[in-house]
Design a binder for this molecule. Structure first.
Ligand code: TXE
Length: 490
């Protein structure tokens, strides 16, 4: 680093937990060093939260739920979220720089995440007093009301790939519905969440409505998942950790939403508008360096146009550059060394299977030393059974597989254990609808693809991609349950 990039952040940032409205060190005083993936330098320190910290955060949330927070009307909760939305928007540039240094994503993506976070708070804030129950016709002598009520205290285990957006979609909805919350951010990307929690305190959220405990997954995360005082858990992360979280929740008999990633296919038929499709086919995997749960990581291309599309995608891959997030690269570094090794390991296994990289970007020559950069890679043709067609790489690695007809396209697209998103490219309106409706995926895009997009749109998976829905009004409903009142009056 030889210039002013990053200089706008205070040096030696130290962040504590936020519990009951107070900045609190970990119960044993331990801290974790946070290294920037941009250049491997020490960026900050965060509290290494313990089981005791989780215990205290859950108690603070419960007190808020039973107290000042729980007493607010839905309209008042909504107004607070709207205020927070405005505060986030006003701090979007600061949050973006913090995120890019902490997470490595290009500055424009970090800024888009901050704006999306503001929009989540706006969406859920404005929805808070529009969520209402039902009246059910029953005996003429009884009145039946079905009320929508919050679960109580909700736990939120957030991954590192989109900290702000995932905070928005889960905590925004939970707070709007009236829950009090405890958040465990990912150890690799906690800083923007801590900053946003500070903003929530500034705009007047009652103490304990939003608590943040940072730290390791196996300590703070596991303690949150297993805590008997938690009434509902939202988890986004790996399938393996999802199993651990759901198992822990099952012991307390509480519900979970799990969003566990995917291996999403984009199906390109021979009548597709390629001019429109090509930039999206590439961007859907390159966005956030491929570290996107709904990344379009598989191309299924009809055989007649296979070579032409593959050549065009390979050419675009050749121009991609990984580099410093504040120099507007196509992609930044991977989040950490483990993720860098994971991506390189998958490429190695692909080569061992005899697969060929036919389009390859580069790491920019001025990318800082010590950062976790990887070269974007496009491989074709890749058999459907290949490990690279079946497993989530979570990096800038795209594979292409040919298909002959519609039935084969559907079989291949649905042929992994995942089912998060899918794309269909064709000008044939009936076929597009037919194929889209055959996809086993929580979101299906026709002649477009929005990896992770859409605050208003329900999002979630089938199969190994998880269960439950987030985003949109459906995400708000997930953070409630019903209470049926049976009132005899005659
Ligand atoms: O995930 P973890 P990791 C996938 C992606 C990536 C892989 C590993 O393929 O390469 O997962 O990433 C917390 N109890 N996704 O190791 O472990 C942890 O602290 C409770 C896809 O980072 O699932 C963090 O806050 N919590 C995904 C969160 O879980 C625990 C996004 C996620 O970490 C815990 C991220 C435990 N025992 C990774 N162990 C997506 N769906 O988009 C860890 N955690």
């Amino acid at each position: 680093m030889n210039d002013q990039i990053g200089a706008r952040l205070a040096p030696n940032m130290v962040f504590q937990n936020l519990i009951g409205g107070q900045d609190r060190p970990a119960s044993d005083g331990m801290m974790l060093d946070v290294f920037s993936p941009v250049d491997g330098s020490l960026l900050a320190q965060i509290a290494a939260g313990t089981a005791q910290d989780i215990d205290e955060a859950v108690a603070a949330a419960r007190a808020a739920f039973d107290g000042a927070w729980g007493r607010l009307t839905a309209t008042e909760r909504g107004r607070l979220l709207m205020k927070l939305s405005l505060a986030v928007e006003a701090h979007a540039d600061e949050l973006a720089i913090l995120e890019s240094r902490d997470n490595g994503k290009p500055l424009r993506q970090s800024r888009a995440d901050a704006i999306a976070l503001a929009r989540y708070f706006e969406f859920y804030g404005s929805a808070a007093d529009k969520l209402h129950g039902d009246v059910i016709p029953y005996l003429n002598t009884h009145f039946i009301g079905v009320e929508r009520v919050p679960h109580g205290v909700t736990g939120h285990i957030v991954p590192w790939n989109y900290p702000m957006q995932i905070l928005g979609r889960s905590v925004g909805a939970a707070l709007a519905a009236g829950n009090a919350t405890v958040v465990k951010p990912a150890e690799d990307a906690s800083l923007t969440i801590l900053r946003v929690a500070g903003l929530a305190r500034e705009v007047g959220f009652p103490d304990g409505a939003l608590n943040i405990v940072t730290g390791l997954g196996r300590t703070a995360g596991a303690a949150l998942a297993a805590h008997p005082g938690i009434d509902f858990i939202s988890f986004t992360g790996s399938p393996e950790t999802g199993t651990a979280v759901q198992t822990a929740a099952a012991k307390n008999h509480v519900g979970v939403t799990l969003e566990l990633g995917g291996k999403s296919a984009q199906v390109v038929f021979d009548d597709a508008d390629l001019k429109r499709a090509l930039p999206t086919l590439v961007n859907a995997i390159i966005q956030n360096g491929g570290q996107t749960c709904s990344a379009g990581s598989r191309l299924l291309i009809q055989r007649g146009i296979f070579q032409d599309v593959v050549d065009a995608v390979a050419e675009r891959f050749g121009k991609l550059r990984a580099g410093h997030p504040e120099r507007e690269p196509d992609l930044g570094p991977m989040i950490n060394q483990a993720q860098q090794r994971r991506v390189l390991g998958y490429l190695e296994r692909g080569r061992n299977e005899g697969l060929t990289v036919i389009g390859e970007g580069a790491v920019a020559p001025d990318a800082p030393e010590g950062g976790y950069y990887v070269t974007p890679a496009f491989l074709a043709p890749v058999p459907h059974e290949s490990i690279l067609s079946q497993e989530e790489v979570f990096g800038p690695v795209l594979v292409a597989t040919p298909f002959d007809g519609e039935a084969e396209a559907i079989r291949l697209a649905n042929g992994t254990p995942f089912g998060l998103a899918a794309g269909v490219w064709t000008k044939d309106a009936m076929r597009s609808t037919r194929v889209a409706r055959s996809m086993r995926a929580g979101q299906v895009f026709v002649n477009c693809y929005g990896a992770g997009g859409g605050i208003e749109l329900p999002f979630g998976g089938f199969g190994r991609s998880g269960h439950g829905r987030e985003k949109g009004f459906e995400g708000l409903v997930e953070f409630t349950t019903t209470k049926t009142l049976v009132i005899a009056h005659g």
